[in-house]
Design a protein around this ligand. Structure first.
Ligand SMILES: [Fe+2]
Length: 236
């Protein structure tokens, strides 16, 4: 199982505070059956240039790898949770924020209703920058039918959708989560974990639920999507 959305890199954002916490989070994920995890600290264009973010991320990875208790499992894919900004597709360096070794860009969409300009920008990321935009925790913007048309448009031109495990695990939202999954509006999952509590890794419970609710064929299909995304070679 792959976790496409984590905040496990130490000191990068509002996630893991230090390398000890990072290593503990990763050990928890490994114990939950996660074999690959995208490390996706927040990136805000207004806060820092892309190159500064990448340097900080490099240092955070070095710190993590040197930490006692770091095991190397799950396999870590450095990336970013990139907050949408106007004209982002015109900035070629945005490609460097993709999940390393893949063409996946985890994208945090703007709140509220997505205008055609926003949808067009995501389209340009896919077409001009040859990325696979991955909409982060789509349930935040699209549950209950909000932005459903825009989401379907975005999916139609090749973007994919990530949902947090919590969306499926919460009894309050589970029905909506499986409805979105059935309609092809969710493709991959993430813990969006920030710490050991209260936003701890929770992929194990999701795995158990999916094994209970989905047919083996459907589960294989989802696993194939995960493999395809991680196997798509970028030019790093
Ligand atoms: Fe996040």
């Amino acid at each position: 199982m792959t976790d496409f959305h984590t905040h496990v890199l130490p000191g990068m954002d509002d996630g893991a505070r230090d390398a000890g916490e990072s290593a503990a989070m990763l050990r928890l994920l490994a114990g939950q059956g996660v074999t690959a995890a995208a490390a996706t600290p927040h990136y805000y264009r207004s806060d820092e240039p892309i190159e500064d973010f990448l340097k900080r991320r490099e240092r955070a990875i070095e710190t993590l790898e040197a930490a006692p208790g770091f095991t190397g499992t799950p396999r870590l894919f450095p990336g970013a949770e990139v907050a949408f900004f106007a004209d982002m597709s015109r900035e070629a360096r945005v490609r460097e924020l993709r999940v390393k070794g893949t063409d996946v860009l985890l994208l945090e969409m703007p709140p509220g209703i997505w205008t055609s300009a926003v949808v067009n920008e995501v389209y340009q990321l896919a077409v001009s920058l040859r990325l696979t935009p991955l909409i982060a925790h789509a349930e935040r913007y699209a549950a209950g039918g909000r932005n459903a048309g825009a989401l379907d448009d975005i999916i139609a031109f090749g973007a994919l959708v990530q949902s947090n495990a919590e969306f499926f695990l919460s009894a309050r939202t589970r029905r909506r989560a499986f409805d979105m999954l059935r309609r092809g509006r969710i493709h991959v999952f993430g813990s969006d974990c920030h710490n050991l509590a209260p936003r701890a890794p929770n992929m194990g419970a999701l795995g158990t639920l999916l094994r209970k609710k989905l047919t083996p064929d459907r589960r294989r299909e989802l696993e194939e999507t995960e493999r395809r995304l991680l196997g798509a070679r970028g030019d790093l």
